[in-house]
Design a protein around this ligand. Structure first.
Ligand SMILES: *Cc1c(COP(=O)(O)O)cnc(C)c1O
Length: 428
């Protein structure tokens, strides 16, 4: 059997139907922005492999750090043991995060980082003697991962609530923030959505442990950019009602939105932050949940004391080494000019799509470019054309979008925007 035949017969893929497997490219290598298929055809990875490969694939600085770590110690348990790569990565994270976020919990993937954040919020409330605070508030259009508790705060319509009705915890969904980034902020609480947020917390605040939001940019739930004033209000109201504010920066972290974090558009910090995806520059699965000393001590000084989580591969040294190297590159700071240039070029080159039939909206923020259609886009069409276009795009729902690696050149990016416009024309 060829890899393709074996794959079709035996392997699951993300969100796939085993009875009707979709088309498949076999990838033999990845370097910089390029993916190379087993037949030698090359495609620009306009998705950064699901938004992870910030500095491009197989970045020599990151792979060297991983090779060195591999020779010393690929893994060791974290219970009762620690190691230098964990502290090295931790120091880099403290350098980048707001001062008050200084207690780091490492784990394997974004969804697990969200589980940990939600568990921390509930355990903190219990520690404070507020045992009724076990529910969560969020906004529609969000995406926080595929594990059980994370699913419960994903958009109830486009997420998993339809399929898993009755099996998921019931949470409180506010409308998607109506005012987009860049629009004028109206003071009317009905228009700006703060009325419903204030009402929810006033009525149900004594049952709500935490509010979880993707700051400024909603990713997989719809690629929507909303007004940062909403986040400032969330911070105020969460403080007022003793609700733990969780920012899920798994998609938005490390410069993707043009600022270091999505929350930096609003200038507010949460009580708990989730980091993942680009944390290792797309080299190996890893994530972290970081909280304040106040939350951590609150849990620690309670009767139970112990925070009840501990993944087997917690703080995996190989992943920590990759993460520390990737953050070295982030701290070095080339991304600020790179992302600004990508943003300018995306704005210019995607603007003509606005006038195409079938196009509903075109929006750009940082290194994120979106063409939103009126109807569903056929992802298999993008797949079929990828070789010919030399660009790997994976549209979902009504969106044709790119989140390229920051190292992409202007010529390569032009190829990506041309491919997006070609797909938009075909989808109309
Ligand atoms: C991708 C993503 C997750 C889930 O991360 P995984 O590593 O896929 O588990 C959670 N939240 C946001 C905002 C994401 O984009």
């Amino acid at each position: 059997m060829t890899p393709k035949e074996f794959d079709a017969k035996h392997l699951w893929h993300p969100y796939s139907n085993i009875v009707k497997p979709g088309p498949m490219h076999v990838i033999a290598g990845a370097e910089g922005v390029w993916l190379t298929r087993d037949d030698g055809v090359r495609m620009i990875d306009a998705m950064s492999s699901w938004w992870c490969a910030l500095h491009g694939h197989r970045h020599p600085f990151i792979t060297r750090a991983m090779h060195e770590q591999l020779e010393v110690m690929p893994h060791v348990m974290f219970g009762g043991l620690t190691h230098e790569p964990a502290t090295r990565l931790g120091q880099r994270m403290l350098d980048l995060l707001p001062d008050q976020l200084d207690r780091i919990f490492y784990c394997d993937s974004g969804s697990v980082a969200v589980e940990i954040a939600m568990k921390m919020a509930v355990q903190y409330q219990m520690a404070m003697g507020r045992r009724d605070k076990v529910q969560f508030a969020t906004i529609r259009g969000g995406y926080h991962g595929d594990t059980w508790k994370a699913m419960s705060v994903c958009d109830p319509v486009t997420g998993m609530h339809g399929l898993f009705r009755g099996a998921l915890s019931i949470q409180h969904f506010l409308p998607r923030p109506a005012i987009a980034l860049g629009q004028e902020w109206p003071d009317d609480p009905v228009q700006n959505g703060l009325g419903s947020m204030a009402r929810l917390l006033e009525e149900k605040g004594d049952r709500i442990a935490g509010m979880i939001l993707e700051p400024t940019v909603q990713g997989a739930g719809g690629m929507y950019f909303y007004h940062p004033e909403y986040l400032r209000a969330a911070r105020r109201l969460c403080d007022q009602y003793g609700v733990i504010l969780i920012f899920d920066e798994i998609a938005t972290g490390f410069g993707r939105t043009g600022k270091l974090f999505g929350m930096d558009h609003a200038g507010v910090a949460p009580d708990i932050i989730c980091l993942g995806k680009a944390l290792t520059g797309g080299h190996i699965s890893f994530a972290a949940t970081v909280t304040t000393s106040e939350v951590a001590r609150g849990i620690g000084e309670s009767e139970a004391g112990v925070f009840m989580h501990g993944p087997t591969y917690m703080a995996n040294p190989l992943a920590c080494a990759a993460g520390a190297a990737s953050l070295d590159l982030v701290i070095k700071g080339d991304w600020t000019d790179q992302v600004a240039a990508i943003e300018t070029q995306l704005r210019t080159e995607l603007a003509p799509a606005r006038n195409l039939p079938g196009v509903r909206d075109v929006r750009v923020l940082g290194a994120i470019g979106v063409i939103e259609m009126h109807g569903e886009v056929d992802a298999e069409d993008a797949h079929r054309l990828a070789g010919e276009l030399g660009v790997w795009l994976r549209p979902f729902a009504r969106k044709i979008y790119t989140m390229p690696p920051y190292i992409i050149t202007a010529d390569e990016l032009s190829r990506v925007t041309a491919a997006m416009i070609r797909l938009a024309k075909r989808a109309a």
